[in-house]
Write a protein that binds this ligand. Structure first.
Ligand code: GLN
Length: 183
């Protein structure tokens, strides 16, 4: 199994290390050429969604990535990666995401909290978004302080925080087994 990681900007290296720890091969996707390699899933990392959208357009990656996800490629979107999947960006998932949703005071914080089907996980929030609207086909997996911070829809799993910035591998393991159906 080989997992692609969108590596235009942001925390892609931490996701690569996480997969390495789990013994899973990965390929960093920086351009169309990298994208040609066969992959069993794709990780959209945290970072800056505006910058990632721009580089995706410049590299002509937007349409092929959108199509692959709509066709069922398993995807994990963390933080800015969750923003990329919403109805205002790639339009793959039936969610609307509020960017920088916690304001300045709570721009960054950490907690330990429950995710349905996974359990208690450490969460690192950095200028994090949350889901402000979700369609019927979306399963909410975690609600923190009244806001949806993790959800899934068919082949897509998203979270507001950065699971790759902790030692905890449970989100990646869950995604690999339940969404990719392989690990
Ligand atoms: N604030 C960023 C954005 O709007 C997301 C932050 C993150 O990925 N840590 O894209």
């Amino acid at each position: 199994m080989k997992i692609g990681i969108l590596a235009l900007q942001g925390a892609f290296e931490e996701h690569r290390q996480m997969l390495e720890r789990l013994g899973v091969m990965s390929v960093l996707v920086r351009n169309l050429n990298d994208w040609q390699q066969p992959m069993d899933g794709l990780i959209l990392p945290g970072g800056e969604s505006t910058a990632m959208m721009k580089i995706m357009k410049d590299e002509a990656l937007m349409e092929p990535v959108r199509k692959a996800i709509r066709d069922g490629l398993p995807v994990l979107g963390t933080c800015a990666g969750m923003i990329l999947l919403d109805d205002k960006h790639l339009g793959c998932m039936d969610i609307t995401v509020k960017r920088n949703a916690y304001g300045r005071q709570l721009g960054s914080f950490q907690t330990i909290y429950n995710i349905k089907g996974i359990g208690e996980v450490p969460m690192v929030f950095i200028r994090a978004p949350y889901i402000e609207r979700n369609g019927n086909g979306v399963e909410v997996l975690s609600v923190l302080d009244g806001h949806v911070i993790a959800a899934c829809q068919q082949n897509m799993l998203v979270c507001s925080f950065h699971p790759e910035l902790t030692e905890d591998t449970s989100i990646h393991r869950y995604w690999l087994s339940v969404i990719c159906g392989k690990h």
